[in-house]
Design a protein around this ligand. Structure first.
Ligand SMILES: Nc1ncnc2c1ncn2[C@@H]1O[C@H](COP(=O)(O)OP(=O)(O)OP(=O)(O)O)[C@@H](O)[C@H]1O
Ligand SMILES: [Mg+2]
Length: 667
């Protein structure tokens, strides 16, 4: 992500610096220096990006560069927009003089910082010259918004074997039978489990089917709670273990159930909360209450799971055949309306042979090749040095390659998704709003920024970075997931830059964290201790993943003025006077009747969402002062009786969503 942001920022920043500061007496020279420094850095950027995978000092150098670029972007974002800057540079109004002085000082600082970084680049023998980039818009236009339902290839025999196990020996077994399916990441274990789960014979054989995704944390209390939730279809509070045990026993007593435990990880030195014998015994003692024939189907990358669970048989999943991998690759790589070029087919087959039978890799590579039409472009992928890099963090080479060849905007938009937890169902519209607010995407000729976001999302979907798409029948909302290996890729790219925090009470976040998603499981926990975000330089996103869900937690309001996105659960309206960069504000559970006037200082606000503010009586009177507002969503604000009268004067407003409000009931 570092490199992606850099590419975009440098491209925009150089002309901006030249334009904005041309007439800015006093620091004009400085800005010229700055634009030389940036141009200088830009020349070697491509080479640095490629070499960082195998050369850690270059990676650190890029990190420093990116951190400085974030700060530079903050400085520039304080400038008035082109339309409102008339007279700003020459105005003698005290406010303008002060702001000019402040910007001038900050600019001086950042130029010095960037100069030092530019000097250090000489240590790395980086080559100058810019690689040809795929043209972004042309590529997006080729995508279709249709969502293809995934086709499963080459797993008939595997499926029959698992179904047979569940239907015959297990049926006669007095004990709970466990059947682990073991295989490498991305090989298709979850997919096979889904095939079995939805098989008609399986559905009619069992009284009850439960599907749980476990992942790295094997928490018995939470698993029991999920079982209750799955059976009763109601929210279940995580209570003390003995209470949970009794509840589950009550529900499973005498039932012939099929429980799928997808993606189980074993405890080891790196993984503190994985499965171990004690936890298994604890869970098994509860599940044993089922009837004869009750079964557990497990998917895991780790053979030890079978030993821990005492399974007498495992299903070792092998890779797909080269023919099947080729079919998956081919469906994505070639357009249906065009004849396949024989030479490309030959190179394509050689690329597929490097996939090791992984359908995930075959799909990702197919998606990558779709926008490449020449022999040389195909050979470049086949012969890339990224295939042979040491496999750090188990990132599939095919995925890394596919990421590496994305255009910069797509790189950035994808890597940002590291703020979500693994296996999270993500709303497409919400993600596009987050991209917009962070300035990752912007409008183009004849295309609104939302449409550009939609195209980028489609492109990432086509390239298999996104999957498991679902469309809500009622609202039409599209949600999707990322495969866990794809999530690992995003995380390995962004490292500390984008983080997802799933535990409570964080203290001291790193200086170079810029985007945070957080999710607290326990409803009463506070995500951050006071001052936790103080050390972060240019924090852009603070996003509570459950910001709209009622809870008893104590409240949290940050003071980082660099924020572009703030979504949180809070009774008090945050002190936003200085949040001049904020584009997206989402607040839930405000205990106030009216919104304070400080909201008018959010000149750049584009997205405002208010949820469950039960006492809120009216919307800000002068909402039209937020003239950049594009999306306004109000949900569950029962007392709100009136829409703001001038709403029609918000000329940029694209969507207005009012759900469960007094006036929405009347109209
Ligand atoms: N037989 C298949 N045919 C077509 N696509 C497949 C097949 N098996 C898996 N896939 C696709 O490959 C990707 C990886 O599959 P899946 O999630 O089932 O892997 P997994 O083994 O469960 O990985 P992990 O160990 O990371 O959980 C998914 O996008 C899935 O849709
Ligand atoms: Mg899986």
């Amino acid at each position: 992500m570092a490199e992606a942001l850099l590419g975009i920022l440098l491209e925009n920043v150089i002309p901006l610096v030249q334009r904005e500061f041309a007439a800015f007496s006093g620091i004009k020279e400085k800005t010229e220096d700055l634009s030389h420094t940036l141009a200088f850095i830009k020349k070697v950027l491509d080479d640095a990006k490629e070499k960082q995978w195998s050369n850690p000092p270059i990676k650190i150098w890029l990190q420093r560069l990116k951190d400085a670029t974030y700060v530079l972007d903050d400085v520039l974002d304080q400038l008035p927009t082109e339309s409102s800057q008339h007279g700003w540079l020459s105005s003698f109004k005290p406010n303008n003089i002060m702001l000019r002085g402040k910007v001038g000082h900050e600019l001086n600082e950042i130029v010095r910082r960037l100069d030092r970084i530019a000097e250090d680049k000489n240590k790395f023998l980086l080559r100058e010259g810019v690689r040809e980039r795929p043209t972004e818009v042309a590529e997006w236009r080729q995508t279709s918004p249709t969502i293809i339902s995934p086709q499963v290839l080459g797993r008939d025999a595997d499926k029959e074997k698992v179904v047979e196990f569940l239907l015959s020996p297990a049926r006669n077994s007095e004990f709970l039978s466990v059947y682990p399916m073991v295989g490498l990441g991305g090989l298709g274990k979850t997919t096979l489990a889904q095939l079995v789960y939805h098989d008609e014979r399986v559905s009619s054989h069992f009284n009850l089917k439960i599907w749980l995704c476990i992942s790295e944390t094997f928490n018995v209390r939470r698993i029991l709670c999920s079982i209750v939730q799955s059976i009763t279809k109601n929210e279940c509070k995580v209570l003390e273990l003995p209470v949970m045990e009794e509840k589950v026993k009550g529900l499973l007593q005498g039932k012939k159930f099929l429980l799928v435990l997808d993606d189980v990880w074993v405890k080891n030195q790196q993984l503190e909360f994985g499965l171990n014998e004690d936890k298994w015994d604890q869970l098994k003692s509860v599940l044993c209450c089922g009837s004869k024939g009750a079964s557990i189907l497990v998917s895991t990358r780790d053979k030890d799971v079978a030993t821990i669970m005492g399974a007498y048989q495992t299903h070792d999943l092998s890779g797909l055949s080269e023919d099947d991998c080729w079919s998956l690759f081919r469906q994505r790589a070639f357009r249906p309306d065009k004849a396949e070029d024989e030479e490309l087919v030959k190179i394509g087959k050689e690329i597929v042979s490097k996939c090791g039978g992984s359908p995930l890799a075959a799909k990702a590579l197919g998606g990558l090749m779709r926008s490449r039409n020449t022999r040389n472009e195909w050979l470049e992928v086949k012969e890339s040095s990224l295939w042979t890099l040491p496999n750090e963090n188990h990132i599939l080479p095919a995925l890394r390659l596919s990421y590496f060849h994305l255009p910069p905007t797509l790189k950035q938009c994808f890597a940002f998704c590291a703020i979500f937890p693994k296996d999270e169902s993500i709303k497409k519209q919400e993600l596009i709003h987050l991209w917009m607010a962070n300035g990752f995407i912007s409008s183009r000729a004849n295309l609104d920024v939302e449409e550009v976001g939609n195209m980028i999302w489609n492109e990432l979907f086509q390239k298999s970075f996104f999957q498991d798409v679902e469309i809500n029948d009622y609202s039409g909302d599209v949600s999707f997931k990322m495969h866990d290996l794809v999530h690992d890729l995003a995380q390995s790219i962004t490292e500390k830059e984008c983080m997802c925090l799933e535990e409570a009470n964080h203290t001291d976040l790193p200086k170079n964290t810029h985007h945070i998603g957080f999710k607290c499981d326990e409803v009463t926990e506070t995500p951050f201790r006071k001052g936790a975000c103080e050390k972060t330089e240019s924090l852009r996103t603070l996003y509570d993943l459950n910001w709209y869900a009622p809870r008893n937690a104590s409240y949290f309001c940050p003071t980082n003025i660099s924020l572009r996105v703030l979504c949180t659960y809070t009774s008090k309206f945050p002190s936003v006077e200085n949040f001049s960069h904020l584009r997206y504000l989402g607040l839930c559970d405000l205990e106030i009747k009216t919104i304070p006037d400080s909201i008018y200082s959010l000149h750049k606000l584009e997205i405002l969402k208010l949820m469950q503010c039960n006492e809120l009586f009216s919307l800000p009177k002068h909402l039209t002062r937020l003239h950049n507002l594009r999306h306004l969503a109000i949900d569950g604000c029962d007392a709100l009786s009136e829409m703001c009268p001038d709403i029609h004067k918000l000329y940029e407003l694209k969507t207005l969503e009012c759900i469960h409000c007094e006036f929405s009931k009347r109209t």
